[in-house]
Structures are given as structure tokens and as C-alpha cells.
Design a protein around this ligand. Structure first.
Ligand SMILES: NC(=O)c1ccc[n+]([C@@H]2O[C@H](COP(=O)([O-])OP(=O)(O)OC[C@H]3O[C@@H](n4cnc5c(N)ncnc54)[C@H](OP(=O)(O)O)[C@@H]3O)[C@@H](O)[C@H]2O)c1
Length: 254
């Protein structure tokens, strides 16, 4: 049975890791505000949550656009939740590849920074003041192993995730003493549509078979397999429910 006063906002809930996180939190009785650009897919997710006895609402949000974040904030008051957002999961992200010196580098860098860094930052700036006022909040930012090391051909992605890691560590120091804990989950390659696209791109560029391309990504992970969305969702749940602050939970397929 959902408690409408326990409210989590999840970005990028329409697919992959975000869907798994939304389902996991809803299963724990949390009211989930499921957001993404594709509100129809978020509504389908909410139907699934409600069929399982949970409670949720779907709201449109493009985290790459400041006005979309402002408009979402204005709609939170009458979205069906009976309390303020006390848990924020910044999951939405993009990962596009290109050689470092390609002509599209300017546009790619701007796009990755808008979605992967400024989106989470702006959401924190909009939602954390109420958490601080309440003396309680949990923020989990989904970074990546690419926020802690480099990978070739995804410099813009790596830069945006490094920015998110640095910002989150600083935010933990500032907000933690006020009861708002900020943590990161940094998965290596996860079995999601984002990785499926990377597999397809590798097949196109190198002529490898699907099996060979998938194996390539599995072997990039220290544990030799793709991380599952359920492992990421479990880590998010533990950080939301727990008392850690300023942690980076690395998931590497071990
Ligand atoms: N897959 C991996 O191997 C992996 C590894 C480490 C970290 N991560 C991180 O995990 C997060 C989720 O990745 P995933 O693999 O689940 O990706 P995915 O399957 O491609 O899903 C991405 C999600 O982000 C949303 N999104 C993209 N751009 C958005 C925008 N401008 N505004 C709002 N939502 C947006 C998409 O929703 P809409 O299209 O409906 O807007 C979708 O729900 C990302 O931050 C990613 O960097 C992934």
C-alpha cells in the first residue's frame, strides 16, 4: 500500500534503469512521480505500478531545458502526492559517441552537459530548498563509471558525468549537515536500451556480429558481465532508505 506522503521524483522513468528504479521505489510504498519527455510511456509505467497496488503520477519533463524544469516544479503541488518531494533520483541521461576531434564536438558537449549535468543541478536547485526546510531529503544521482575514468569516443559523456560526480560530492558536503544526503550510483555498462544502441553502433562501425559486440561491452566491465537494471534500482533504494552521504556506489558486474 503506497504512502502518498513519501514522495520520490524519478527522471528518465520511461525506460531502462529509470523504469526499474520507479518500480522498486513504488514496491516499497513510495509515491513515485515518473518523469521523462515521453509522458505516454511514463503513464504506462504508472498503470503497471497501480496494478501492483502502488501509487504514482506521470509528468512530462525534459531535463535538458530549464523552462521544462520550472514548469514541472509549478505542477508538483497538485500532482496527487500529499507531501513535498523528499527523494530525488536524477537518472535521465544521454550517451552519444563521436571521435574527440569530430566537427560535432561542440554540439555534443553542450547537449551532454545540458542533460547529464545541468538537468540534475537545476532539479536539485528547485527541489532541495524544501528538503532543507524539512531537515530531510535524499538525492541520488546516476553517474557512471565514465564519471570516474575515461572511455574513448565518448569524451562529452565522460565530461558530463565527471561534472555530475564533482558537483554531487560538493553538494553532499553542503546539504548533508542539513539532513539532505546526496549520493551517486556509478554503474559500468548496464543491460538497457542505451547499451543496446552502443552495441548497434559498434556493429555498424566495425562489422562485428551482435554477439561479438555485446561480448566487447561485457568484457569492459570488471565482472565480465553487464550490470542489471535491478542491481542499480536496489542500490538507489538502499541510498534513499539509508543514512549514507557523499558515497559513490560503483556497480561493475562482479
Ligand atoms: N546503460 C548503461 O550502460 C549505463 C551505465 C552507466 C550509467 N548509465 C546512466 O544511467 C542513466 C539511465 O540510462 P539507461 O541506460 O537507462 O538509458 P536509456 O535506456 O537510454 O534511457 C534513458 C532515459 O533517459 C530519458 N531521457 C533522455 N534524455 C532526456 C531528457 N532530455 N529529459 C528527460 N529525460 C530524458 C529517456 O526518456 P525519454 O526519451 O522518454 O525522455 C529514458 O527514460 C543515464 O544517466 C545513463 O548515463 C547508464
Amino acid at each position: 500500500m503506497a504512502d502518498k506522503r513519501k514522495v520520490a521524483l524519478v527522471t528518465g522513468a520511461s525506460g531502462g534503469i529509470g523504469t526499474a528504479i520507479a518500480l522498486r521505489l513504488a514496491r516499497e510504498g513510495v509515491f513515485v512521480i515518473a518523469t521523462s519527455r515521453d509522458v505516454a510511456r511514463c503513464r504506462a509505467l504508472c498503470d503497471e505500478i497501480e496494478a501492483a497496488g502502488g501509487a504514482s503520477v506521470a509528468l512530462a519533463l525534459d531535463v535538458g531545458k530549464a523552462d521544462s524544469i520550472r514548469s514541472l516544479a509549478a505542477r508538483l503541488g497538485d500532482c496527487g502526492a500529499e507531501g513535498p518531494v523528499s527523494w530525488l533520483v536524477n537518472n535521465a541521461g544521454v550517451a552519444l559517441s563521436a571521435p574527440l576531434l569530430a566537427p560535432e564536438s561542440e554540439a555534443l558537449s553542450t547537449h551532454h552537459m545540458q542533460v547529464n549535468f545541468h538537468g540534475p543541478r537545476r532539479l536539485i536547485e528547485v527541489l532541495a530548498p524544501e528538503m532543507v526546510a524539512a531537515g530531510y531529503g535524499r538525492i541520488v544521482n546516476i553517474a557512471s563509471s565514465a564519471g570516474l575514468r575515461g572511455y574513448a569516443y565518448v569524451a562529452a559523456y565522460c565530461a558530463s558525468k565527471h561534472a555530475l560526480v564533482g558537483y554531487s560530492r560538493a553538494a553532499a558536503l553542503e546539504l548533508g549537515p542539513k539532513g539532505v544526503f546526496v549520493n551517486l550510483v556509478a554503474p559500468h555498462y548496464v543491460d538497457t536500451p542505451m547499451t543496446a544502441e552502443a552495441i548497434t553502433r559498434l556493429m555498424e562501425k566495425t562489422g562485428r556480429s551482435e554477439e561479438q559486440a555485446r561480448r566487447f561491452f561485457e568484457e569492459q566491465n570488471p565482472g565480465g558481465r553487464l550490470v542489471t537494471v535491478y542491481e542499480v534500482a536496489d542500490a538507489v533504494w538502499e541510498l534513499c532508505a539509508g543514512e549514507d552521504n557523499g558515497c559513490v556506489v560503483s556497480l561493475d558486474g562482479s
